[in-house]
Ligand binder design. Structure first.
Ligand code: PEP
Length: 251
């Protein structure tokens, strides 16, 4: 892990969670209050329906809340969509954009993801921009080419004061229990770091690069120790306070 960057452990609840699930956040807040001070920033990205309620519970513990997606426009006739301004108004400080589930199921292109990232920054949110190759792309030896291209086209030309976060999430590792080898993670994160630094200089060198894909208490310590891994984007294991706390403690 690059020591001068404060790691970020971000939970992505996806389409999981109703008000009854907030008990897990209360438990997490209790664990954080009684244990060692966390050595990372903690974020939870719940469904939008829970943002305000979750913020009221999480904010006193320093837990940041975020959205899972946003529309590129600030408002308008976009039924069912949520703008970055609305997320900010509900208390969000960050938003995931370009998650592979949205890229694959809703045909989100790099251009659209870049537009969402710009909208997030305009609203004062930090975009967590996801990139990652499919299994077929890795097997055909194209993983670096795919991720480099996503990075080049999904990350905006200008990065504001708050910065951005990049999440490397190999699609085949999400929700499968399978993870890349440490060497493969190190190689991809090294490539992302090089590309960010070439393009953005010092800002790129300081940008957090998260790993995401089946990170669990059992493998978190090893993954988080890899060079240029500045935290994790956690799906399934963020839903239970015990598991999420164990990952936070692994930093
Ligand atoms: C994700 O969807 O961002 C993710 C990392 O999921 P999981 O941890 O469940 O693999």
């Amino acid at each position: 892990m690059t020591t001068q960057i404060t790691p970020l452990i971000a939970g992505n609840w996806k389409m999981n969670g109703i008000s009854a699930s907030l008990g897990e956040v209360r438990r997490l807040a209790e664990m954080l209050a009684t244990g060692e001070a966390p050595r990372c920033t903690i974020a939870i990205c719940p469904p939008a329906t829970l943002l305000s309620q979750l913020n009221a519970i999480a904010a006193p513990s320093g837990i940041v809340i975020g959205g899972q997606d946003c529309h590129p426009m600030p408002s308008g006739a976009h039924t069912g969509d949520i703008s970055a301004h609305m997320l900010a108004d509900a208390g969000a400080q960050c938003v995931i954009v370009g998650h592979s589930e949205r890229r694959a199921r809703y045909g989100e292109t790099d251009d659209l993801v870049r537009g969402k990232a710009v909208a997030a920054m305009t609203a004062g949110l930090i975009p967590i921009i996801c990139v990652g190759e499919t299994e077929a792309e890795r097997q055909s030896g194209r993983a670096e080419e795919v991720v480099s291209s996503q990075l080049a086209n999904s990350v905006p030309e200008q990065i504001g004061q708050l910065g951005i976060v990049v999440a490397y999430e190999p699609v085949w590792a999400i929700g499968t229990g399978v993870t890349p080898t440490s060497d493969d993670i190190a190689q991809m994160h090294g490539t992302i770091r090089r590309l960010l630094t070439e393009r953005y200089g010092e800002t790129g060198a300081r940008t957090r690069i998260l790993y995401g894909g089946s990170m669990k208490p059992a493998n978190a310590r090893e993954i988080l120790a890899i060079e240029n891994v500045n935290g994790g984007l956690i799906g399934g294991a963020s839903l239970l306070a015990n598991d999420f706390h164990a990952i936070i403690s692994a930093v």
